[in-house]
Design a protein around this ligand. Structure first.
Ligand SMILES: C[S@@+](CC[C@H](N)C(=O)[O-])C[C@H]1O[C@@H](n2cnc3c(N)ncnc32)[C@H](O)[C@@H]1O
Length: 276
């Protein structure tokens, strides 16, 4: 049974209200593909019946499950390799230089999905900067709205296919151990990341100030007001000389006075506008 317009609109406004995500009007197929397994798991049979049930008897937990199931969690290790090259060759060396006296670095991987992004960063830092960070306090906080993604991220366990996406065999051998059919991230890397549940549209940032924020491949899913709200929150917690990294295909609209693009960087790297 296909989803009625009324049910589609109900799901669409739930997604916008709870996660700031925009569901295009041509996305009925997506609703059916992503929500039918949930409808069947709870014994509703199909999406239409699940929405009818929810409208009659509100259930916050089921609403959350619907929102989580509708979000796009696509990710891979070292996604957009140019960005990781820029981190290794420019962004991190510059931050290391600027924080040399304080010997502290604070990084936020916002919308981290199943952890591939923060673990890639942790691997890169081990490979390239282990010596430079000796004696430093380096904090990586990784957040997502999705509890199921965060559960996966915290276990650091990836199946054969996910473990191959973006990871060279050498890196997989070096930073993971094989457990049956899964590849599990090394304990020291897992422990170096503080995973937390944060809804970018509703919760304050996890710490007061960051030197580097990775906000990659999430703004594209948000409504314009949600984008503005999230960017304002990020601007407020980014150090004046800090760096915001977006996904390879993302940018900040010209209207945003909060950030300026680093024109010397080949990747979408922004710093907050400093009002003097
Ligand atoms: C496409 S993934 C991007 C993952 C990673 N940053 C990358 O670039 O590979 C988008 C992630 O954003 C999360 N997300 C969507 N809306 C969110 C919100 N309002 N607050 C926090 N996370 C959100 C989703 O759960 C999903 O894991």
């Amino acid at each position: 049974m296909s989803v009625s317009t009324a049910s589609f609109e109900w799901i669409s406004s739930l997604l916008e209200k709870c996660a700031g995500n925009l569901l295009g009007s041509d996305k009925t197929y997506l609703v059916e593909a992503r929500l039918t397994p949930l409808a069947q798991a709870i014994g509703a049979g199909n999406v239409e019946a699940m929405v009818d049930r929810l409208r009659a008897t509100p259930d916050v937990d089921l609403e959350r499950q619907i929102v989580e199931a509708m979000l796009t969690h696509e990710s891979s290790f070292f996604r957009d390799s140019d960005t990781f090259d820029a981190l290794a060759s420019q962004i991190l060396p510059r931050l290391i230089e600027r924080r040399r006296d304080r010997r502290e670095l604070t990084i936020w991987s916002a919308a981290c999905a199943a952890g591939q992004e923060p673990y890639s960063l942790a691997m890169l830092m081990k490979e390239q900067f282990a010596g430079a960070f000796a004696g430093w306090t380096v904090r990586i906080v990784a957040t997502d709205l999705s509890r199921s993604m965060l559960d996966q991220a915290r276990t650091g366990s990836y199946n054969e296919i996910k473990s191959q996406r973006g990871l060279s065999p050498e890196r997989r051998e070096r930073f993971f151990r094989q457990e049956g059919r899964a590849w599990v991230i090394r304990e020291d890397l897992r422990e170096s990341i503080d995973f937390r549940e944060i809804n970018l549209c509703a919760d304050p940032p996890p710490l007061r100030q960051f030197d580097l924020v990775l906000l990659r491949n999430v703004l594209i899913y948000l409504t314009e007001p949600a984008r503005q709200k999230v960017l304002a929150r990020v601007a407020a917690c980014l150090a004046d000389d800090g760096c915001l990294l977006l996904g390879a295909t993302e940018s900040i609209s010209h209207e945003s006075r909060l950030f300026v693009r680093d024109t010397k960087s080949a990747v979408p790297c922004f710093r907050p506008t400093v009002i003097s």
